[in-house]
Design a protein around this ligand. Structure first.
Ligand code: URP
Ligand code: ZN
Ligand code: ZN
Length: 470
């Protein structure tokens, strides 16, 4: 009889395509056998009544990212990956930001310095291009793509990050030549500046007006433009953090025209609304992110985008700042307008429980769709498949065991990131990840962190199969 390091016994194994009653035999960090009566193991986990699913892959998180003068992100790699593991994730994909006037390679080196040896989950970096000079596009970027940093994000808004259309076209052309995948933050910078100035002149400076300064049309226009620019260059594009029907319809229309346009949405667009930013005093700042949460109809639209496949990935856009902190959401006195509130909310731990509860438990999506949205499609989109994102012989043994019946109330005390609040405080969910396993090693064992810091490592990726062929 073969011997295993670990057997997961008696559970229901769910992948993006199948649901099977079988045991999982793990040896040397990979899935060795799927079957029954597998024999002996150093450890056997009884998963009777539980779901055995691929560990979550969150392809959109921000960790320790430079965020402007006096502002500090709440997570380092230790706290972010710990929180991710508690949320049933085994790989997360943070953004490595090129600072203006600096090179991309030095940003990557510095980011490795922060991550290496500090992670509980695997990580893999996307790049953010803020200064696409000839040197960056001609030399650094192609070399980094060769080295396995095969996706990068561009911004159509934010001071210091925003690229103009010509720059975006140059970046897209480089993506086409190198076979990298471009991700776009689609909001119109000038329109937001215009709205912000008008609101401020009218004394409308509370967090609620963050949403008013970047209404749906601002996102729809930029989404349309990003797709048009990608069409011009003939390059695939991923529109990230889509918040509403009009932007979703732009993507759907492009897809139905045969363009390689992909979409991502996030929990905040399914369960939060603009009204959340209308709290007493500065409480609304806890929900300030971009694009902002919209209205109930937008939530319905985002579900429709999920159910019809317009959105292929569901990510957290985890971007945590502490609330009760002048380096976070409670900006120093003198900076009295919403425009100074750092954009972003925590969510790497709550992404999957919210999708499971609102999606699977409420009958909006199937278990297999849950797996596709939470892991498999991320791996396929970003060049990690089939090593990651599935339960298959030969794949890394990255597994989350879920109790589909467990009812949990989300609270700040439960979330293990570096923020001092959760935007989902008090939300009841049905379904919870109880054990997280990374490459065969148990990281979270029933509410307890047992994994070793530093076991998580950086993954170089293949080119995305969705990117332009070379
Ligand atoms: O408000 C957000 N989403 N902050 C994170 C940065 C980004 O645009 O993804
Ligand atoms: Zn963004
Ligand atoms: Zn983001």
């Amino acid at each position: 009889m073969p011997h295993y390091d670990l057997i997961i016994k008696g559970g229901t194994v769910v992948t993006a395509s199948d649901t099977t009653q079988c045991d999982v035999g793990i040896r040397d960090g990979v899935i060795a056998t799927l079957g029954i009566d597998l024999g002996e193991a150093d450890r056997v986990i009884d998963a009777t009544g539980k779901l055995v699913m691929p560990g979550g892959i969150d392809s959109h998180v921000h960790i320790a990212q430079p965020s402007g003068e006096g502002i500090v992100m709440a997570d380092d790699f230790e706290s972010a990956t710990r929180s991710a593991a508690f949320g049933g994730n085994t790989t997360i994909m943070p953004f490595c930001l090129q600072e203006n006037g600096k090179g991309l390679r030095e940003a990557v080196t510095a980011y490795h310095g922060l991550a290496d040896g500090n992670c509980y989950t695997d990580v893999s970096f996307h790049l953010i291009l803020s200064d696409p000079t000839e040197q960056v596009l001609g030399q650094e970027l192609p070399a980094l793509v060769e080295d396995g940093y095969t996706s990068f994000k561009v911004f159509m808004t934010y001071e210091g990050l925003k690229l103009d259309d010509k720059e975006i076209l140059d970046v897209m052309a480089t993506a086409r030549e190198t076979g990298a995948l471009v991700m776009v933050h689609a909001e119109n910078y000038d329109a937001i500046r215009f709205m912000t100035e008008r609101l401020e002149r009218a004394g409308k400076t509370a967090p609620l007006y963050h949403g008013k300064s970047r209404p749906i049309v601002v996102e729809r226009e930029a989404t349309h433009r990003a797709i048009s620019l990608a069409e011009l260059v003939d390059v695939p594009v991923m529109i990230v953090h889509v918040s509403n029907r009009e932007a979703m319809e732009e993507i759907r229309r492009a897809q139905s025209r045969g363009l390689k346009v992909y979409g991502e949405t996030c929990p905040q667009y399914l369960v939060l609304t603009e009204q959340d930013m209308d709290g007493l005093n500065m409480e609304g700042a806890k929900y300030v992110c971009s694009p902002p949460p919209r209205d109930k109809e937008s939530q319905v639209a985002c579900w429709e985008g999920i159910q019809t496949g317009v959105f292929s990935v569901f990510s957290s856009d985890h971007c945590p700042f502490r609330y009760d902190d002048p380096e976070g959401k409670l900006i120093p006195k003198g900076r009295t307008s919403f425009r100074w509130v750092p954009n972003g909310i925590p969510g790497v731990q709550t992404r999957l429980p919210i999708l499971f509860s609102e999606g699977v438990s409420k009958g909006r999506i199937t278990l297999n769709e849950f797996v596709a949205l939470s892991a498999t499609n991320h791996a396929k989109t970003y060049g990690l498949y089939p090593r990651k994102g599935s339960i298959a012989v030969g794949a890394d043994a990255d597994i989350a065991i879920w109790d589909p019946e467990r009812k949990v109330t989300i609270t700040e005390a439960l979330t293990r990131d570096g923020a001092d609040y959760t935007p989902y405080e008090g939300m009841e969910v049905t379904g919870w990840p109880v054990i997280t396993i990374l490459r065969g090693a148990v990281v979270i064992d029933e509410e307890t962190l047992v994994g070793g810091k530093g076991y998580g490592k950086h993954l170089s990726r293949d080119r995305s199969p969705l990117a332009a062929p070379r």
